[in-house]
Design a protein around this ligand. Structure first.
Ligand code: DER
Length: 235
């Protein structure tokens, strides 16, 4: 089974938990994309009715519009019944790193407003500790004096051998700009960053930081698709 087939298995399993009449947070990324496709299919076959989608990014908004999923936003629906989204890393306590797709702020706003938050991953996303994959832990920051903020983020985690990089696009290295007009600093750790709550609080205390990609104690269910099958774990 390819990684994308595993993503699809996890996504379709999550959509089994969507009930007619729900307000559903629609995640962002290649795994969540399959869940959005499936929800649209069930709406069109009549198996699901009266679903309102709350997209977590402009790209998911466009996908849902093209599929004919009725959409709204948090202003009109401040409480979301169920959100389904992917993750870049999942640790043993179901804490997540998200945001390598750049949508962490809107994802966190929608998923924090959700009664249930189902995370869908293929087994490659499982880690021993957040930051452990050696891949980025994204932080959304304001563009103003971004180098100053990057250095302060690195200093916070100097013990963990943290290095920060401005996320860029294209060959001329232009800064990536999020849906919200902000920049992203990708943090890379050589060692465990230690207590996640303390790390989260320290990052958010920095003026200039908007939000970070650690989703601590937010997932209520994790669905993992692997070579041996699919598992559903509830908090
Ligand atoms: O950027 C994001 O937060 C995405 O949800 C990411 O965490 C998962 O993306 P993937 O399903 O394409 O791996």
């Amino acid at each position: 089974l390819s990684q994308d087939e595993l993503k699809k298995i996890a996504a379709y399993k999550a959509v089994e938990f969507v009930e007619s009449g729900m307000v559903v947070g629609l995640g962002t990324g290649s795994t969540a994309k399959h869940a959005v496709d499936k929800i649209a299919e069930l709406l069109h076959t009549g198996k699901l009715k009266n679903i309102i989608g709350i997209p977590t990014s402009k790209i998911t908004h466009e996908q849902a519009v093209s599929l004919g999923i009725p959409l709204s936003d948090l202003n009109k629906h401040p409480i979301v019944d169920l959100s389904i989204d992917g993750a870049d890393e999942v640790d043993q306590e179901m804490n997540l790193v998200k945001g390598r797709g750049g949508s962490l702020l809107r994802e966190k706003m929608v998923e924090a407003a959700s009664k249930k938050f189902i995370v869908i991953v293929d087994e490659s996303k499982l880690v021993n500790y957040l930051g452990g994959s050696g891949l980025a832990m994204p932080v959304e920051i304001v563009p103003f004096c971004w180098e100053f903020t990057l250095k302060r983020l690195e200093m916070l985690f100097i013990e963990a051998g943290c290095v920060g990089k401005l996320r860029t696009v294209g060959e001329n290295g232009e800064a990536y700009v999020t849906d919200n007009g902000n920049y992203i600093i990708d943090l890379y750790f050589k060692k465990d960053m230690g207590d996640l709550k303390a790390a989260s609080d320290a990052i958010l205390r920095l003026a200039g930081v908007v939000e970070h990609g650690m989703f601590i104690d937010m997932a209520t269910t994790v669905i993992v698709a692997g070579k041996l099958g699919v598992s559903v774990t509830n908090k």
